[in-house]
Design a binder for this molecule. Structure first.
Ligand code: PLP
Length: 362
């Protein structure tokens, strides 16, 4: 951490039990803040006590959704060190999302420092129980007060953190997914590659329909032909058919997941045959029927991997792996978690240690 000013809170909040942690309900004591004004650029980075934001009702983000975010985690290793997973790649992606929404980019080094500074301030909030972590949520929103539609001239960037519980408290459990043929998430030329608020608002009604039909998540098909697989819920999707691992290519509608990228790198290290190619829902359903569809899983920061046990499409249902997590899915889960908690070597240099004042950082 360099010289980011730090104002410690005078009223620390009670910390929840590691055992009672859910996702994103409890926020920590501090947040990072930075401002942008046209002509002045990004300025005034600081770590301050967590507090509500006050906004004029005419603030543009509240009306037109010029907002981007990202999500990454800090892990407490068994050696006591706190490490961030692929902070640099998350910083780059936040800037990529900014570009898509006409938000001025930030210095990527400063974005990384913003993660480190807030985690260092709240290092006591990084939970200790196995499988727990500190979720970090960087967010940029437009703050011009005006009702005209145009890119804002002012923004705030903030980073808040939430201790989160183990995603799979009762072991990794396969989900049921429903391919939607009436809703789409993104189209070429749209915002699918950006982590922006609108994409999540647009997903809610499809998610609600899937839940009402007894499914856990929506499987998104492409927005033009409704034929090719894009993503699952807010995760990237992968599958193994025969000896080929397949994931849809980053061709304009799919979010470039950091977990996706990490899983692909590991599977290539392991010598597996990995294809980033278009795959149609018909090909998947056929592979499910003829027995060559071995595993399907989602990837994302929250769960790492999420095995798919059942896939519904136009009234047909295929079962995958008899309700069990596949071997490759489990191997990826163990490998990524091993690196994140500092139990396994980190050959790609994905982890970075967060330096804490007076904590004996070796
Ligand atoms: C965040 C997100 C992902 C997963 O990205 P990670 O970097 O692996 O967390 C995938 N798809 C969508 C739509 C997302 O928002």
């Amino acid at each position: 951490m360099t010289d980011i000013p730090f104002t410690p809170t005078r009223s620390p909040r009670p910390k929840p039990d590691d055992a009672s942690l859910a996702f994103g309900k409890v926020l920590t004591d501090h947040m990072f803040m930075m401002n942008y004004e046209e002509g002045r650029g990004w300025h005034d980075p600081r770590v301050v006590p967590y507090a509500p934001l006050s906004m004029d009702p005419a603030t543009s983000v509240l009306h037109y959704g010029q907002a981007v975010f990202d999500g990454l985690k800090a892990f407490r290793g068994e050696d006591g060190q706190i490490r961030l997973f692929r902070a640099e790649r998350h910083a780059q992606r936040l800037n990529k999302s900014c570009r898509a929404l006409c938000i001025p980019e930030m210095d990527p080094g400063l974005i990384r420092e913003s993660f480190e500074a807030v985690v260092a301030a709240d290092h006591d909030w990084v939970p200790r129980a196995p499988g727990t972590s500190l979720y970090i949520r960087p967010t940029v929103v437009a703050t011009d007060v005006m009702l005209g539609v145009h890119p804002s001239h002012s923004y705030i960037y903030f980073v808040i953190c939430s201790p989160v519980g183990a995603y799979y408290r009762e072991g990794v459990k396969p989900i049921r997914i429903l391919a939607s043929d009436n809703h789409v998430r993104a189209v070429q030329g749209g915002l699918g590659e950006a982590k922006t608020a609108a994409n999540y608002a647009a997903s809610l009604s499809a998610q609600k329909e899937a839940a009402e039909a007894g499914y856990t998540q929506v499987l998104w098909l492409d927005g033009v032909e409704r034929k090719y697989i894009d993503e699952v819920g807010t995760m990237n999707i992968m599958m193994q058919i025969g000896d080929e691992v397949i994931t849809p290519p980053l061709a304009g509608t799919i979010l470039d997941g950091v977990t996706r990228n990490s899983a692909l790198a590991l599977m290539r290290d392991w010598g597996l045959r990995v294809s980033e190619r278009k795959i149609s829902i018909d090909e998947v359903m056929q592979a499910g029927r003829d027995g060559t569809l071995r595993e399907v899983w989602g990837t994302g920061t929250a769960a790492v991997v999420s095995p798919v046990g059942e896939l519904g499409y136009k009234g047909d249902v295929i079962r995958i792996g008899n309700g069990h997590t596949g071997l490759l899915t489990q191997r990826l889960y163990d490998a990524i978690m091993g690196i994140q908690y500092g139990r396994a070597p980190d050959p790609h240099g994905w982890m970075s240690v967060v330096k804490r004042p007076g904590a004996g950082n070796a």
